[in-house]
Design a protein around this ligand. Structure first.
Ligand SMILES: [Zn+2]
Length: 323
């Protein structure tokens, strides 16, 4: 059995390309629609209230005053999640493998929790051949690299049934170019590869953590928040289209009033209690900013982002190819 984990693949785009050869149904991502929260939910079966990873930048799980970046964090208390789909697979008599793929660029406690009980397969990077800035690679080359990685994992030593999960970070491309012709050629090729494998007797699934939605940087908003942070002394966490603020103790009400008067209408200002359950709430700042339009805080090189609550971000595919 092969499971393709395709980061940043929206339901609509997957259904457009795969409906002829696969059964494609719609899943709903967790909030915030970030890779860290989404993949952990996908592979552990826990929601954010249970795995306690609310996004990328949040309060130190070990209780220091600092904020952590989940992709660098090496501490012990990141998540109470202890079992994964790989744990289940092992119990059921499968050999579980994880082709780390583009996850080789991430490390730390998050990846350890995500891939616990999987045998790692290294040396296959797709959208991130090196640590440099994103460079486009031909879609047909990317499909060949995925094919090669899957064949190697499926043909590895040992016998009996095996589960091969493979991480492909399409997200890198979509951030810069959206769901364009290159992405389309990649998905078409992946659909053909999945059909080939299914015809040869392998069950193939594909899933994703979130989609992306058109987003552009709003320099006025960035300046407003910078000026307010200097004046009020808050720090900011979150990522992409959802950010949260950690106001100094006792200043949240005043800060909320000030921001409510100045923020553009396309930015929702909420209390974290409105969006997060009690357990995750302790890691998130008191005030939350959620993008509802296209203009928000964004990397100047990006045209698409995720993290918020649009259908394009929340709707993800669950595709199945069988013989
Ligand atoms: Zn992602």
């Amino acid at each position: 059995m092969v499971v393709l984990g395709i980061d940043g693949l929206s339901y609509t785009f997957a259904a457009e390309h795969w409906s002829d050869s696969a059964r494609v149904s719609r899943l709903r991502s967790v909030f915030p629609t970030t890779s860290s929260a989404g993949w952990l939910s996908s592979l552990t079966g826990l929601d954010v209230a249970q795995h306690l990873v609310p996004g990328v930048v949040f309060a130190d799980p070990e209780g220091s005053d600092g904020l952590i970046n989940v992709f660098d964090y090496q501490g012990r208390d990141l998540t109470p999640a202890r079992e994964t789909v790989f744990t289940d697979a092992r119990r059921l008599g499968y050999r579980p493998h994880a082709v780390l793929g583009d996850m080789e660029t991430y490390g730390g406690s998050w990846r350890d929790a995500l891939l616990r009980d999987a045998d790692p397969v290294l040396g296959h990077r797709f959208y991130t051949p090196d640590a440099g800035p994103y460079r486009e690679r031909p879609p047909e080359l990317l499909v060949d690299l995925v094919r090669n990685a899957l064949h190697m994992a499926l043909a590895g030593p040992g016998h009996g049934p095996r589960l091969v999960w493979c991480y492909v970070e399409l997200d890198r491309h979509v951030h810069h170019f959206g769901y364009d012709r290159q992405a389309s050629r990649f998905l078409t090729g992946i659909g053909q590869l999945a059909r080939e494998l299914a015809d040869a007797g392998t069950i193939v699934l594909a899933h994703a953590d979130h989609g992306l939605t058109a987003t552009r940087p709003d320099p006025d908003l960035a300046e407003l928040l910078d000026a307010s942070a200097r004046k009020n002394g808050f720090r900011m966490g979150g990522a992409g289209r959802t950010r949260w603020l950690y106001p100094a103790p006792g200043t949240a009400d005043d800060l909320a009033g000030e921001l409510a008067a100045e923020l553009p209408e396309s930015v929702r200002l909420a209390r974290s209690d409105e969006l997060f359950c009690e357990a995750a709430r302790s890691r998130v700042g008191e005030l939350v900013l959620v993008a509802e339009g296209e203009a928000f805080l964004a990397d100047p090189g990006y045209r698409y982002e995720h993290g918020s609550l649009t259908d394009a971000e929340l709707d993800t595919p669950y595709a199945v190819w069988m013989s």
